[in-house]
Each structure stands twice: as structure tokens, then as C-alpha cells.
Design a protein around this ligand. Sequence first.
Ligand code: PXG
Ligand code: PLP
Length: 442
Amino acid sequence: MNSRPVIDDLSSYWMPFTANRQFKAAPRLLASAKGMYYRTSDDRELLDGSAGLWCVNAGHGRDEIVAAITAQAATLDYAPPFQMAHPVAFEAAAKVAALMPAGLDRIFFTNSGSESVDTALKIALAYHRARGEGQRVKFIGRERGYHGVGFGGISVGGIVANRKAFSGQLLPAVDHLPHTHDLEHNAFSKGQPAWGAHLADELEKIVTLHDASTVAAVIVEPVAGSTGVLIPPQGYLQRLREICTKHGIVLIFDEVITGFGRLGKATAAEFFGVTPDLLTMAKAINNGSVPMGGVAASRAIHDAIVGNGAPNAIEFFHGYTYSAHPLAAAACIATLDLYRSEGLFERAHALAPTFEAAAHALRDAKHVKDIRNVGLVAGIELESRDGAPGARGYEAFLKCFEAGLLIRFTGDTLAFSPPLIISEAEIGRVFDTVRKVLATVE
Ligand code: PXG
Ligand code: PLP
């Protein structure tokens, strides 16, 4: 099982979002995974503090998911999704729909979060056009937002490094809300910070500036993950919802990270009690096992588009070769069944206070500047090293890896998002390891 792969050429694989030269000089290779643990190619055990990359909510190597994928591959490997379909796609969509906030029960399948974001932006445009409001073309994102890497996603996104090289060719009609991160007011918040709801009022100003009748959609992550775990201030999402409703603007929640139990509910929309018009998902939709994403649309949006035009006309000119791929869909069904039969969202909810206490116990650890958390997500922000932002985060990540713990880092913020099957003892191990590691970080 754990035989070492023989690798004599690392040059062909151009790695994504990786310092390729640095990595290939000292590669970190994962060979297998089960439950809460990876094994590296040199046969070391790694506790998974990040659910892979926010994906593997039911833990690794789940027999039920493996069996579903295997059986599906042997039964129907591929089916064209345009003007054709297969039963598993409908079953998966119905199961996903049942977990969405009431009314968001029309599911468009994609293969990634980035594709889900591009799809949602296009649905918003098509919706307005179908209603005779084709002048609504502008999108509002948010500073520091991560919405994947498509041209749509980086345009509405607010991660400067992800936009820089492409800045001459982003979508033209986009503006951004301010982000909500302010340590002067919100340092060491547990759950939603009390300060910052007024930042949502910036939307009213932006919308007025552009003329509300030209704005198609607002897109935000309910909890911003990739940028370093930013939790929405109390009342903030509610205000965004009110302003969008008032002006007829589509509100998109990008739940690629928060979907499927990360906050202890099926969605962040349910957790925060705010329902968007479109909700993007990916990752934990099938435990990260086969590439899959999706967009949940409200009936109003779906019906405006699908009810439009001649009965034999294709209503929405969009889709992917692998939309609702049989293996991904089968894995999705098995995954959602597991989440339910093992009560994993409830488990995440029940573990959240332990997780919060364990994270915040590092308040006095070396270099720690802020700790923030909600559900089974936490961010620990470190003071940046003078003149070298990100260097300390990278060193901490590397030393955690050497100490048998996989975490994620963005700049100098360490991110924690373990599989929802994590035990209390393992939560303790995650943060104990980080404390010890930080003591040795320069
Ligand atoms: N939206 C959000 C909110 C995401 O978090 C995407 C879209 C894009 O999904 P795909 O499947 O196209 O990667 C994401 C992805 C990190 C990290 O370091 C997070 C993501 C991807 C890679 C790294 O936290 N999230
Ligand atoms: N490029 C070419 C030449 C194609 O033929 C296709 C799909 O048929 C694509 C890109 C899009 O691929 P996908 O549907 O997998 O996104």
C-alpha cells in the first residue's frame, strides 16, 4: 500500500500555486491517507489539520465513497451531459438540493469552485436579461475575497497577487466592498466579531455610485477562508441581504469552503440565517474524492431563465463536458449519505466549542497576533517578520509538517479546518503541535 513511488523526474509537473523551484529542491509528497491521517512517501504519519484543502470533511479513504466510485466506474464511466443525462445526476442534485436553504433547490453542476463562481456570475447575467433588465451587468466583490482563478473569479476576487499579472484583462465592470478585517476592533474574537456591521453599508454607497439598476450581483464568501479566515461581523450578512433585496441585485454566497458542515450546518447561509439567491459549492460536496462543484439557484432565478424562450430552445448556453460526471455524482451521493448517517454536521457543531477553546489557548504563544474562529475553522495570524511578509507563516507550516501536522497558511495566517471526524484528543494535538512549533520559529 505505502510503497514509495519512484520519482526520477520532477520537472514535467508544473505545480499550481506552489513555489516550484523551492518545492522540487525538497519535495513533500503524500502517498496515502485514511481517516484523520496522511502518510508521506517517506512513510511518516501526518495529522490532517486542513481536510486536505478544505475538502475531506468525512475523513480520508471512506469505504462507502470508494465503493460508490468503483461501482459507478464499472457501470457507467461517462455520459454526455448535453441533451443527455444519467440517473445518478438527478439523484445527486436532489440530495444536494435537500441540504440547501429553502428555495435554493435548482442545482447546476460544475467541476470546481472556480467553475462554480463563473457559472454563478453567468446565471446572474442571464437572469437579469431574461427579465428584460439586460442593463444589469456589474458585479460587486470584496477586497481579499477568493473566488477561484477563472477570469470572472479573479475579477470579483480581491487577492492582489492573484490579479496582478492579469490585471490588464479582468472583467471591466466590477467594484469591491471593503474587507471586514480590523484587529484594532476585533482582535481575538470568538465567533462573529461585534464590530463591523456598518461595513456592509458601503454596498449602498457603491451601488448608488454605479446606479443600482446597472448592478447584476454581489458575491462574497460568508466566511472568507483562503485569504486567512475572516469571520463576518454580527449583522453584516443580514445588511448585505437587505441592500441587495432593496435594489433587485442577486446575492451570491460563495460557499466552496463553508458548504457541507464546516460551520456545523449544511451551509453558512443556514448557520448565519441569511439566504442568498445563488450559492456556489465544491470541495466537500463529495469529500474531495472526484472533482465536482455546483451552483444552487433560487426557483425565481431558475424559472426566469428556464421558463424563457421557445420550449425546444436551450435556455442557458453554458455547461461543462464533465458536468454531473457519473463518478463525481456517485461519490456525492455516498458522501452526503455518510454526512447524514454519521451526523457529521452535528458533530462539527458539538466540537466547535472545544475547537474554539483549543485555538484561543494559543493567545500567548510566540508571534501570535490574532486568533479567530467559527465552527471548525480557525485562523491564527502571526506577526510578520520585518521586511519578509509570509516568511514566518511558511516556516511555521514547514515545521508543522516536519512535526507530523498538515495545516494551511496564507501569508502569515495559519488556517485550520480539520475533517469533521476529528476527535477532541486530536484537536488538542493540532494546537499543541502549533504551540511547540511557534516556540521554535524565528
Ligand atoms: N471560492 C472559494 C470561496 C474558495 O475557497 C474557490 C472558489 C475555487 O475553487 P477551486 O475548486 O477552483 O480551487 C475556492 C477554493 C487555501 C485555498 O489556501 C483555498 C481554495 C483553493 C486553494 C487554496 O485556502 N479554495
Ligand atoms: N476547449 C476545447 C477545444 C473543447 O472542445 C472543449 C470542450 O469540448 C473545451 C475547451 C471545454 O472543456 P470542458 O467542457 O471540459 O470545460
